[in-house]
Ligand binder design. Structure first.
Ligand SMILES: Nc1ncnc2c1ncn2[C@@H]1O[C@H](COP(=O)(O)OP(=O)(O)OP(=O)(O)O)[C@@H](O)[C@H]1O
Ligand SMILES: CC(=O)N[C@H]1[C@@H]2OC[C@@H](O2)[C@@H](O)[C@@H]1O[C@H](C)C(=O)O
Length: 394
């Protein structure tokens, strides 16, 4: 057993998800025990700065260095806090904070930058730390995302059920899992970014409330409105939604500029604020279901949702309705908690597992998901215990 801390702050930039887990086995026998899970909100000024950088505001190299170190410090503090009243962890897997993601183009590699450098976290915590998970996959021509699919496969596949594991964070991403009893089940895993999760919804709530609210709690505001389907159908014409996998995205596409365009588009319709939020929710839901209909080998028996959007009751209801519009048999939408894996901390758990695999030389990517030429171990290892130095001193 290895005790590992997983750390991540995603595209919602709402805070650091920390998970303290005990990990057993390797792949087919992989098991995890969640000892503690917590979200540590960013200080408001730091969140503002990160969101500005994510929205492409220019910063100097000195400001970039300072931001990288500040994020490393708050990540290190989260690692210390999550261990309170628990035995010390042996390893940290830190995703860091994505501030820029550029999928590979025709003849050029992708690029993905996560701030909160692992070498600083290692020194601040005194715990061996693994970070920078995306670059090895990108160097092999991959998208560098989504990386949770291999972890989903070994933690959430079922002997006989076809499952979709749908993350609804700032951005949405899916992993399709064929039954484990099926021959070559691992090779038949697929996955991709589906498009906006909560990113546009959050921007809309912040716009409508002058910043006094940052999200639509439980989807109550959207539930008071009616989605404008013609607008959703117009937005779904965006090339991203037609693009076959492998594909990844971020706030670079579904961020502030896209939101401003949505605002301009609604001017032609007399939408209430509830209608506007219902319509943005419908875009998230319709982009998910359309990608299943277009790119899955078959529709799943069950959809398991995770990420903050899994708490949005209106979104969950609309997803279930949309999924079952054409389906003969009812496809239930459940939170991953229902199958024993925390919907809130699944991504943090995933990076704990990816670090654990890196430490054992086990690859972390699935080439059929990211499009990388080969499977590779993911992450840079930063050691604080140097065996050589100990042997010289002793
Ligand atoms: N009770 C709730 N009701 C509705 N929405 C919620 C609720 N709690 C959280 N959310 C939504 O979830 C978002 C945060 O989700 P999450 O932490 O999964 O995003 P993330 O991990 O940063 O994104 P990504 O997975 O794209 O990196 C919030 O910004 C909010 O929109
Ligand atoms: C560059 C980046 O941070 N991408 C995120 C984003 O947020 C959701 C989706 O897009 C996913 O592909 C990815 O993160 C998760 C943890 C992943 O790599 O699986």
């Amino acid at each position: 057993m290895t005790r590992v801390i997983g750390l991540i702050s995603g595209t919602s930039v709402d805070g650091i998800d920390a998970a303290l887990v005990e990990i057993f086995g390797t792949e087919l026998d992989l098991k995890i025990e969640l000892l503690a899970g917590e979200t540590y909100p960013y200080p408001p000024a730091l969140r503002e700065k990160i969101l500005a950088v994510c929205a492409n505001s220019a910063i100097s190299m000195a400001e970039l260095a300072e931001l990288d170190d500040t994020i490393a410090q708050v990540f290190a503090q989260a690692a210390q806090n999550i261990q309170t009243n628990h035995p010390k962890a042996e390893l940290i897997g830190s995703h860091g904070q994505t501030v820029y993601h550029r999928p590979p183009q025709q003849n050029s590699l992708g690029y993905s930058l996560q701030l909160g450098r692992g070498e600083a976290i290692a020194q601040l915590t005194g715990i061996n730390t693994i970070s920078n998970f995306r670059v090895a996959d990108i160097a092999c021509g991959g998208q560098g995302a989504p990386l949770v699919s291999r972890v989903d496969a070994f933690l959430l596949s079922h002997p006989t059920e076809h499952r979709c594991i749908q993350n609804i964070g700032g951005i949405g991403n899916v992993t399709y899992l064929a039954p484990r009893n099926q021959e070559n089940w691992l090779q038949s895993v697929c996955g991709w970014d589906t498009g906006p999760g909560n990113s546009l919804l959050d921007l809309a709530v912040q716009y409508l409330t002058g910043g006094s609210k940052t999200y639509d709690k439980d989807g109550e505001w959207a539930a008071s409105g009616t989605p404008c389907i013609p607008l959703v159908e117009y937005w779904l014409q965006n090339p991203f939604f037609q693009e076959p996998p492998p594909k990844s995205t971020g706030r670079e596409l579904f961020g502030v500029d896209y939101f401003q365009q949505c605002l301009a588009d609604i001017k032609k319709y007399e939408l209430s604020s509830g209608d506007f939020l219902a319509t943005l929710t419908e875009l998230t839901v319709a982009s998910i279901v359309q990608s299943y209909n277009k790119f899955l080998p078959k529709m799943p028996d069950k959809v398991l949702i995770c990420g903050g959007g899994s708490r949005n009751l209106y979104l969950k209801k609309r997803l279930e309705t949309n999924l079952n519009q054409k389906s003969e048999t009812k496809i239930p939408v459940l939170a991953t908690d229902e199958v024993g894996l925390s919907a809130d901390y699944k991504e943090a758990i995933a990076f704990a597992v990816l670090a654990y695999w890196r430490n054992q030389g086990i690859p972390g990517n699935l080439t059929q998901v990211t499009g990388a030429r080969k499977e590779v171990t993911l992450g840079n290892i930063y050691l604080v215990t140097d065996r050589l130095r100990v042997s010289i001193e002793s």
